[in-house]
Write a protein that binds this ligand. Structure first.
Ligand SMILES: C[S@@+](CC[C@H](N)C(=O)[O-])C[C@H]1O[C@@H](n2cnc3c(N)ncnc32)[C@H](O)[C@@H]1O
Length: 456
């Protein structure tokens, strides 16, 4: 091992564009060959038969609207103050769901339902009720089902939280990002601690049992002082889970990020310092790091899953539940059958139009090869358990990966043998780089345009 390497040198070497590995293969490396609707439906039916009576299925609903642009945001969103968009969009979601229902020979059993955005609470309480009642009408839920929603405190009210609770929601994910007023000004997101606390208080009063808080490190003009102050305040709110995200700078796809420049962002070593400061504060407050960017209180099921090696990662993030079938409804949503992926059309109007023709709104897809499935398992193991091992006959799939890992092993980030890979503590910040060594599709590609945010 090269013991002389300093943290700054590690950053200089490894803070490079890399995928976040919510899946493998990652979207830019999906097959160029179009996935036909028939093929996709047959993948869905097979996965449904395999999983529905056992673990059930997962549903993700993308609700893309926001009243105001948060300039840092890297998600697929549509900014509008026109609430007349709600009804046509929810009708399109239900039409899309009907097309899936037609494929099933028994009632779907929902084990995970997540509403993401955009800002799902852009929709009125009445529209959320209408959408979810109709969506859940022809379904059952598994005994341990988890229903969750992302909320922006400035755009959430008691009535919405009550309606969702009555429909079975027990989890909230609250966008916080940073409480420093200067950072908030730059990211165009003025959100007071009082308003945020009000939403936490209302949610707990109603009966929500698990609240997640999203914080970001590496935002423009963020300093150690702002992160310290933000985390001190978050500790007062005591969410059960905290996503402490690395800011993803992707101005070529998220135009809002062009309102500031790279010079406004903390330098890589400063950004890394912000993460380390946050992690130390969260650990001191009793939180446990459960997966890349995620912390939870010890009694939370994410922590329990992490401790007993059953943590999973899918397009919605880390989860203690694994289902063979994840259906994503709404513009830009990604679905996963275990054997294939499919992404919906991204633009709202084009998505709605496609659904109304009676077809699934397929933008693109990918059918996994045997090698894809094998590498996916091992990348998932590294992202969730910092360790993976394989049978001797699978070694040929790892020869190139192990060669790519050698410099990282020399720098003390990983250890490997001819049957396993162990991420070392110094390698945790570079998990994306380690997983990238196994990403044979990325290495085989000739892509040179910036398509990923940097690792750290
Ligand atoms: C769809 S957004 C949140 C929902 C809600 N609209 C809100 O703003 O509170 C989900 C989360 O993604 C994270 N996020 C969005 N853009 C990001 C970026 N560029 N880098 C890192 N995290 C980001 C934020 O922490 C955000 O809370």
């Amino acid at each position: 091992m090269n013991t002389a390497v300093t943290p700054a040198e590690l950053l200089a070497k490894y803070d490079v564009p890399s995928p976040r590995y919510t899946s493998y293969p990652t979207v830019p490396f999906w097959d160029e060959k179009p996935l036909t609707e028939e093929r996709w439906k047959s993948h869905v039916q097979q996965a449904f038969r395999k999983t529905n009576s056992k673990e059930g299925i997962s549903l993700y609903l993308h609700l893309p609207f926001c009243e105001k642009l948060c300039t840092y945001c890297g998600c697929n969103k549509r900014i509008t103050k026109n609430h007349a968009v709600e009804s046509p969009y929810l009708e399109a979601l239900l039409k899309e769901w009907d097309q899936y229902l037609a494929l099933f020979d028994e009632k779907p059993r929902i084990t995970e339902l997540h509403l993401g955005g955009g800002t799902p609470t852009f929709f009125s309480a009445a529209n959320l009720k209408n959408l979810l009642e109709r969506l859940l009408e022809k379904t059952e839920t598994t005994p341990d089902a988890a229903f969750s929603i992302e909320v922006h405190p400035n755009a959430t009210n008691r009535e919405q939280l009550q309606v969702l609770y009555d429909l079975g929601f027990r989890r909230l994910s609250v966008g916080i990002q940073d409480f420093d007023p200067y950072v908030q000004l730059i990211i165009n997101r003025i959100q007071t601690f009082e308003k945020t606390k009000e939403i936490f208080d209302i949610a707990r009063e109603i009966g929500y049992t698990s609240i997640n808080g999203d914080i970001i490190y590496g935002l423009p003009h963020q300093t150690a002082k702002s992160v310290r102050m933000t985390i001190e305040k978050v500790k007062e709110l005591r969410p059960e889970r905290i996503a402490f995200y690395s800011y993803a700078h992707v101005p070529w796809k998220s135009k809002g990020q062009r309102r500031y420049s790279e010079a406004d962002l903390p330098a890589p070593e400063v950004k890394r310092g912000l993460y380390e400061l946050g992690r130390a504060m969260l650990e001191e407050a009793g939180y446990i790091e459960t997966g890349m960017d995620h912390f939870a209180l010890p009694e939370d099921e994410l922590c329990i899953a992490s401790a007993n090696g059953t943590l999973h990662r899918n397009f919605m993030g880390y989860t203690p539940r694994h289902t063979e079938l994840l259906i994503g409804l709404g513009c830009s949503s990604i679905s996963d059958t275990g054997t294939a992926f499919m992404q919906n059309i991204k633009e709202v109007e084009a998505y709605e139009e496609a659904v109304h023709t009676g077809h699934l709104p397929i933008l693109k897809g990918h059918e996994l090869t045997g090698e894809d499935m094998l590498l996916r398992t091992h990348i998932q193991n590294l992202m969730c358990r910092d360790y993976t091992s394989w049978d001797p006959e699978e070694l040929p799939y790892f020869v190139d990966a192990l060669m790519r890992l050698q410099p990282l092993a020399d720098d003390g980030l990983v250890e490997y043998s001819n049957h396993d890979i162990q991420v070392l503590p110094a390698g945790k910040p570079f998990l994306r780089n380690i997983a990238m060594c196994l990403d044979s599709r990325l290495w085989a590609s000739k892509l040179t345009v910036p398509i990923f945010s940097k690792s750290v």
